[in-house]
Design a protein around this ligand. Structure first.
Ligand code: GLC
Ligand code: GLC
Length: 631
């Protein structure tokens, strides 16, 4: 078998020949896509696997897999590909609204999810992220993030056929199905894991296994601990005495992407899911996928090469599929994953964390700075903005940014942790600590939006803070993502401590079952559920009717008030001025501050005319979305 050469032109015929030998001659559509994307894929393979004996063979196998997958792609999905090709920026629309839930907790099973479609439509969802639903170990499976098979749905939830037909129903309802692609690791029960441990030929190098502590000790000099409550460091010991890389839980084993067979295998799993009707893959834990001795083993250049290579494969065989990056790291690193060639979408953990930071401090400066400095993304890509997720909140702001305001990152994080777990006197929050690490002083926090914002503590500002946080997430640009149940103010669920499988992981406090009672109250303005639901649905409707909210362009606005965040979303004839008061008092915006605009503004949420001649008053934790025209 020849080896990879430096030039794609020298290898393309061999790859074509090998792929055709495996799956037959491709159709014209695939041949066109192959010709277009092979020149991208090949050099990435050379960079990643150029020194390997099997580089060319694996590349040909990937292409064969892509061709077979294209042949098997259902016609309605090919039609969807065409539609998306005509409107490639569909996800930048102001109609976009995401929802996320656990299948079992929210709806029992996949059939239960289908029954919720009318509600999802009522809410306005266009994007539904179903949390991991694949086969995974009994008991603790990190909420399904330990995958035992990417091709089988957890039988308690349904089957792969059920998933495909749910995807089709969602598609008809205008909702794109999003699932996790947990590609940094598999569970220890995955067949590859079993074969690797048994030393089965072809699988020995699927994971990172070491005979003794020599290499693990070397790596651990520079690698941070992610789940120190579960095990110290990044390795766990196998029953036979060897050590295996496990960044997260001891039963989640990191795959070895230095082996091209792993790339090929995972590309196959990705294509399989794409053909079931999944439209967006949430690329889990992207920062961790490549390891190199002497580094932090996070966000290495090869992680980007791998994402680019996966993308090139998809463009050949499932062209409308998108990637969403889950990188909860330093903001400089988060943004590196976002491009048309890597992840077209990305969580925005900085905006999320700084929204909570601003609510705690009643000071919007860090959030304002982040919006002005770190919000811009490459054309055609978008943030996914959320108030909270199924995970903990980590204070991932850049220390350099905070230092500009004289804020010390370490002590500020300690304050925020204390504040959100209710250790700080007068705090309105009822959160729970997560992974407190006594060695480093590091910690994160957990809690539902309502509990963190003060509703659980019966703080007078609770409901308004929930609405305010969403008013920010829904207006900065990109795809807003609701944690389903938060729109009816669901509270923390402390019963996780009673179940052995969840007791050790405080993230379960904010993953309650579907709050039936609260949903029943959602039209009752006398309840917290009703007030939050009203507030959020008003925002959602207003966003849908406000074309200025499409895309992500944002310009800062200095509201000249210590508690008020301000920014502008430019449109064609007018712009939307967003003001958000994170303080506990009425905020008066001086007329001179608004003197650059015509005095007649429109509140796009209420539809009312607003006269700016005498300035503007914002309620405590109040916001304004105003359509204004510059003078
Ligand atoms: C991601 C998930 C998180 C999980 C981890 C390991 O960060 O969001 O829930 O624990 O990956 O898969
Ligand atoms: C760490 C990881 C992040 C993951 C989280 C889960 O913060 O950086 O990827 O989501 O742990 O708790």
């Amino acid at each position: 078998m020849p080896r990879l050469t430096a030039e794609w032109t020298s290898d393309i015929d061999e790859v074509r020949r090998l792929a055709a030998g495996a799956v037959g001659e491709p159709d014209a559509a695939f041949a066109r896509r192959f010709a277009e994307h092979f020149p991208t894929l090949h050099p990435l393979f050379v960079q990643l696997y150029g020194t390997r004996e099997d580089g060319l063979e694996q590349l040909a196998a990937v292409v064969a897999e892509a061709a077979a997958s294209w042949n098997a792609r259902p016609l309605e999905l090919k039609a969807r590909d065409d539609l998306r090709e005509q409107n490639p920026e569909w996800y930048l629309s102001n109609q976009m609204l995401g929802g996320v839930c656990y299948v079992d907790r929210y709806a029992g099973d996949l059939q239960g999810v289908r029954e919720q479609i009318p509600y999802f439509q009522e809410l306005g969802l266009t994007y539904l992220h179903l949390m991991p639903l694949f086969e995974s170990p009994e008991g603790n499976s990190d909420g399904g993030y330990a995958v035992s098979s990417y091709r089988h749905v957890n039988p308690a939830l349904g089957s792969m056929d059920d998933l495909a037909s749910l995807a089709a129903d969602l598609r008809l309802a205008g909702i794109s199905l999003v699932v996790d692609f947990i590609f940094n690791h598999t569970s220890n029960e995955h067949e590859w894991a079993k074969k690797a441990v048994a030393g089965e030929p072809g699988y020995e190098d699927f994971y990172l296994i070491f005979p003794d502590r020599t290499m693990p000790d070397e790596y651990e000099k520079t690698v941070r601990e992610i789940f120190p409550d579960d095990h110290p460091g990044s390795f766990v010991q196998l029953p036979d005495g060897r050590w295996i890389w496990a960044t997260f839980y001891h039963f989640q084993w990191d795959l070895n992407y230095a082996n091209p067979a792993v790339f090929r295998a995972m590309a196959g799993e990705m294509l399989f899911l794409a053909n079931r009707g999944v439209e967006i893959l949430r690329m889990d834990a992207v920062a961790f996928i490549w390891k190199q001795l002497g580094t932090a083993c996070e966000s290495l250049p090869e992680a980007h090469l791998l994402l680019r290579a996966f993308n090139a494969v998809l463009r050949m065989a499932a062209p409308s599929l998108l990637f969403k990056s889950e990188a909860i790291v330093h903001p400089d690193e988060v943004v590196e994953y976002v491009s048309l060639q890597e992840c077209q979408l990305s969580y925005n953990p900085l905006q999320m964390a700084l929204t909570w930071e601003a609510l705690a401090t009643r000071d919007p400066r860090l959030l304002q700075q982040a919006l002005e400095r770190r919000h811009a993304l490459p054309a055609g890509t978008a943030w996914v903005n959320y108030v909270r997720s199924h995970d903990d909140i980590g204070w991932t702001f850049a220390d350099e940014d905070a230092a500009e305001f004289g804020i010390d990152g370490f002590s500020h994080r300690r304050f925020l942790n204390d504040f959100y777990v209710g250790r700080f006197p007068g705090s309105f929050a009822r959160g729970v600590p997560f992974q407190e690490n006594p060695k480093t002083g590091d910690a994160r926090i957990t809690g539902t939006t309502a509990s963190l914002a003060g509703i659980e503590a019966r703080d007078a500002g609770g409901v308004d803070r929930v609405v305010l946080a969403h008013a920010i997430a829904l207006s900065t640009g990109g795809v807003p993502l609701l944690y389903l149940g938060d729109e009816v103010a669901q509270l923390n669920d402390y019963s996780y401590v009673d179940d052995e499988a969840t007791a050790g992981d405080s993230r379960w406090v904010h993953r309650p079952k579907r709050p039936q009672q609260r949903y029943a109250e959602r039209s009752d303005a006398a309840t917290d559920a009703g007030r939050v639901f009203r507030g959020l649905t008003d925002l959602i409707r207003a966003r849908q009717g406000t074309p200025e909210f499409a895309g992500g362009e944002l310009i800062g606005f200095d509201a000249k008030h210590p508690a008020v965040l301000g920014f502008q979303r430019p449109g064609r004839d007018a712009l939307i001025l967003v003001l958000a008061n994170v303080g506990d008092d009425l905020a008066l915006i001086d007329p001179r501050t608004l003197s650059g605009f015509h005095a007649d503004a429109i509140d796009v949420v209420t539809g009312d005319e607003v006269d700016l001649t005498h300035g503007l008053a914002l309620q405590p934790h109040g916001y304004a979305w105003l359509r204004v025209r510059s003078l």
